[in-house]
Write a protein that binds this ligand. Structure first.
Ligand code: BGC
Length: 255
């Protein structure tokens, strides 16, 4: 099945149709800048423009960098506070004229990675951390996602972990890869103590530069870079939309 995946990020809104059997994009990615301020209205207009670019009239999976429960955005760490409590699914469905599924950005990246990437066929507790503007977290237990875990907001040294170890902080504070890698290691050490995972996957843009800081990671648990890179959000959004559609059609058949 082909589903349009759209990834809403702090600087860009990117979309592409995805073949959900293979995880491959079936057309070139299209990206528009995220409007500033990124209010629900302004973002919906840009998402609609991305869908129009592909002349899309079918289901769409959309990621958002906040807690998303039952189609409602419930937090807004790095986006306009107007998203808190906003009916995101409804807004984006109205704007695009298509059925829409909305989910947390890290959860989407995790779904892609566990289906096609570094977490494929891995049982046990797998944790994926996306290190970018914020820190996104994902936990899978035997392949089943625990959504909206928000472990980037665990407290470290009196602050949010994402204000200590995100890639944004590396850039803002001008940290060397070595110094920043040590911070990431401290963050992973805390997660290791709390969750005893079987595997850590590092996602986000820094997964491409994994060898720059991997020597600083001294965990007992294996730590590997994500494999899907930039496209994980788009692919995971499409997969999430597909599984919800399948569940809905099963319900319809049963009922
Ligand atoms: C947000 C998460 C999001 C992460 C990565 C955090 O600040 O609270 O919901 O997944 O950033 O974008």
């Amino acid at each position: 099945m082909e589903i349009l995946g759209i990834d809403i990020g702090g600087s860009g809104i990117k979309g592409a149709p995805v073949d959900t059997e293979t995880g491959q994009l079936t057309a070139e990615r299209f990206r528009l800048p995220t409007p500033q301020p990124a209010t629900p209205k302004a973002v919906s207009t840009v998402v609609a423009a991305v869908a129009r670019h592909f002349d899309w009239r079918a289901p769409i999976g959309i990621t958002f960098p906040a807690v998303v429960q039952n189609g409602v955005t419930l937090s807004a760490a790095n986006v306009s506070k107007k998203w808190i409590g906003a009916p995101a699914r409804q807004l984006l469905a109205d704007a695009t004229g298509c059925p829409v599924v909305v989910l947390n950005d890290a959860d989407a990246a995790g779904i892609a990675e566990i289906t096609f990437g570094a977490g494929k066929d891995r049982r046990g507790t797998v944790m994926l951390l996306t290190l970018g503007t914020g820190i996104g977290s994902v936990i899978f237990v035997d392949g089943v996602l625990v959504p909206n875990t928000e472990l980037g907001h665990l407290e470290m040294r009196g602050m949010d972990a994402e204000d200590f170890a995100s890639d944004r902080i590396r850039k803002v504070e001008g940290l060397s890869w070595k110094k920043w890698g040590k911070r990431v290691d401290k963050y992973l050490a805390m997660l290791e103590r709390l969750f005893s995972p079987d595997l850590f996957i590092i996602g986000g843009g820094v997964s491409k530069k994994f060898e720059n800081f991997s020597a600083q990671l001294k965990r007992r648990v294996p730590v590997v870079p994500a494999e899907l890179r930039n496209e994980a959000g788009i692919v995971g959004a499409a997969l999430a939309a597909q599984s919800l559609l399948e569940a809905a059609s099963d319900d319809a058949l049963a009922g």
